[in-house]
Design a protein around this ligand. Structure first.
Ligand code: UD1
Length: 420
C-alpha cells in the first residue's frame, strides 16, 4: 500500500497548472457512446483512475478508446452493441451509472448495476429513474441492477421536474433526451459548470440542448449523433484545493487555468478569512494565510459552496482563530475526515450535519487515512500546514481525482513523497 509522507511547514510558492475536470470527463465519456457515426477527440483529459474506469466501461460496451497523448483521447463508439454495463466496473465507481441514459437512448435498452451505498452517504438514483420513466422507458429495479427498456421506437420528450438538483440525474436525463422524439424540459436542473460542459459536447455532436447552467434545460431530440471534438473545462475542485493548500501554508501560489467564475464561493470564503486573492483571465493567485477570521460555510448545489471543497476548507478552518461552522447539506454523511483531523490536534465537534471547529494554533503531524477522495485532499492540506511529519494512507482515493498530486505540490515547494 502506498502512502504520502509530508513534512509540514514549507511555505508553498510558485505556479501550478490545473488539469481538465474529472467530473466533466466522466459524463462526456459516457455521452460519447451516443455517437453512431464519426469519432470523438476529447482534449485535456486527466488520466485518473476514475477516467480509466469509465473508459473500461465504454470499451466493454463496444467502444474503442485510444490515448493519443497524455491528455488526448479518441473515442469511436460506432460499434457499440452491448446494452449491459459490466457490473464489476460499475461497482468500482458510482459515476459509471452515467452510461444508463446514453445506452437506453442508443440501444433502446440498458442494464446497469445499482451503484449502492458509498462512504459519503446513501446516494440513491431515484431521480435518474424518474427521468427515464418520464421519457417513456419501462424501468425495473431488482437483483442489484436497474434495467430499462424503451416502449415503442424511441424515448419521448417530456417535462421533468427534479425533486433534488442532482448533478448525475440532470446529466443522465440530458443524454437520454438528446436522442428522444420531441422536446424535453428538465426543471429544477442542477447548474454545475460540468453540466454546461456536457451540453457543449452534446451540441457539438449534433444535439440541441439549451439552458444548461440555469435550472431549466430544454433538449430538442434528434435522430442520431456523431462524434465531435471537445476540450474539457479546468477542474475547479483541484484549483480550489491548491488555493486552500497555499493559504494553509501562508504561501503565494498562482493556479494557472483556474476559472474564477467557477470558484466564486471558495474565493469569497478565502477572502473573508483574510487571504488575499487576485483573479485574472488566466488563473487565480492566493497570497498569505492561514487567515485571521473564522468562517461559516454551508455546502449547497452550484453556485453555492461545493460539497467537494468542504473537507479541504475544514482543514484550513482548524487553524483559523475563533469558532467556525461547517454545514454539509448535500450529503448526509460527509464528515469522515473529522476523526482524522482530530488525530492531528484539530478541535472539532459534530452536531448532526454541522461541525463546530475551534481554531488551534497549529496541527501536529500524525498517521492518518483518507476515507474518500476529498477527505484525502483535506488530510494532505492539513499535513502541509502541520508541525512535524504526517503520513497519509489510502492514496487510491486521492488518485481517483488528483493526477500526481505530490509532483504538483513539490513544484511549488512542498516536502511530500510517495512511498510504496
Ligand atoms: C456529483 C459529483 C460529486 C459531487 C456531487 C455534488 C460527479 C462524477 N460527481 O455526484 O463529486 O460531490 O455531484 O456536487 O460529477 N440524490 C438523490 N437521488 C438521486 C440522485 C441524487 O437523492 O437520484 C441525492 C444524493 O444522495 C445527494 C444529492 O442528491 O445527497 C446530490 O447528489 P448528485 O448531485 O446526484 O451527485 P452525483 O451526481 O452523484
Amino acid at each position: 500500500m502506498s502512502k504520502f509522507l509530508i513534512r509540514g511547514g514549507n511555505r508553498l510558492s510558485g505556479s501550478v497548472k490545473v488539469d481538465g475536470a474529472k467530473n466533466a470527463v466522466l459524463p462526456i465519456l459516457a455521452a460519447s457512446i451516443l455517437a453512431s457515426e464519426g469519432t470523438s477527440v476529447i482534449e485535456d483529459v486527466p488520466w485518473l483512475t476514475d477516467v480509466e474506469t469509465i473508459s473500461e466501461v465504454i470499451i466493454a460496451l463496444g467502444a474503442e478508446v485510444r490515448r493519443e497523448s497524455e491528455t488526448v483521447l479518441h473515442v469511436d463508439s460506432r460499434n457499440v452493441k452491448e446494452w449491459i454495463a459490466k457490473e464489476s466496473l460499475v461497482r468500482r465507481m458510482r459515476a459509471s451509472f452515467l452510461v444508463m441514459g446514453p445506452l437506453l437512448a442508443r440501444m433502446g435498452r440498458a442494464r446497469v448495476a445499482l451503484p449502492g451505498g458509498c462512504a459519503i452517504g446513501a446516494r440513491p438514483v431515484d431521480q435518474h429513474i424518474k427521468g427515464f420513466q418520464a421519457l417513456g422507458a419501462e424501468v425495473e429495479v431488482g437483483r442489484g441492477h436497474v434495467e430499462a427498456r424503451v416502449k415503442g421506437n424511441r424515448l419521448k420528450g417530456t417535462r421533468i421536474y427534479l425533486d433534488i438538483q442532482s448533478v448525475g440525474a440532470t446529466q443522465n436525463i440530458m443524454m437520454a433526451a438528446a436522442l428522444a422524439e420531441g422536446r424535453t424540459i428538465i426543471e429544477n436542473a442542477a447548474k454545475e459548470p460540468e453540466i454546461v460542459d456536457l451540453a457543449n459536447y452534446l451540441n457539438a455532436m449534433g444535439a440541441s440542448v439549451r439552458g444548461a447552467g440555469t435550472d431549466v434545460i430544454r433538449i430538442d431530440g434528434v435522430e442520431s449523433l456523431r462524434g465531435a471534438n471537445h476540450t474539457v473545462i479546468p477542474d475547479r475542485i483541484q484549483a480550489g484545493t491548491f488555493l486552500i493548500a497555499s493559504a494553509m501554508t501562508g504561501g503565494d501560489v498562482y493556479v494557472e487555468g483556474a476559472i474564477s467564475n467557477h470558484l466564486k464561493p471558495v474565493i469569497a470564503k478565502l477572502k473573508e478569512a483574510g487571504i488575499q486573492i487576485e483573479e485574472d483571465v488566466n488563473g487565480i493567485r492566493a497570497i498569505g494565510g492561514p487567515g485571521n477570521r473564522p468562517l461559516d460555510v454551508k455546502t449547497l448545489p452550484y453556485p453555492g459552496f461545493p460539497t467537494d471543497m468542504q473537507a479541504q476548507m475544514m482543514a484550513l478552518l482548524t487553524v483559523l482563530p475563533g469558532n467556525s461552522l461547517v454545514t454539509e447539506s448535500v450529503f448526509e454523511n460527509r464528515f469522515m475526515h473529522v476523526a482524522e483531523l482530530q488525530r492531528m490536534g484539530a478541535d472539532i465537534k459534530i452536531e448532526g450535519r454541522t461541525a463546530l471547529i475551534t481554531g488551534v494554533p497549529y496541527l501536529t503531524g500524525a498517521s492518518v487515512t483518507a476515507s474518500d477522495l476529498r477527505a484525502g485532499a483535506a488530510l494532505v492540506i492539513a499535513g502541509l500546514g502541520a508541525q512535524g511529519e504526517t503520513e497519509v494512507n489510502g492514496l487510491h482515493h486521492i488518485d481517483r481525482g488528483y493526477l500526481k498530486l505530490e509532483d504538483k505540490l513539490r513544484t511549488i515547494g512542498a516536502d511530500i513523497v510517495r512511498v510504496e
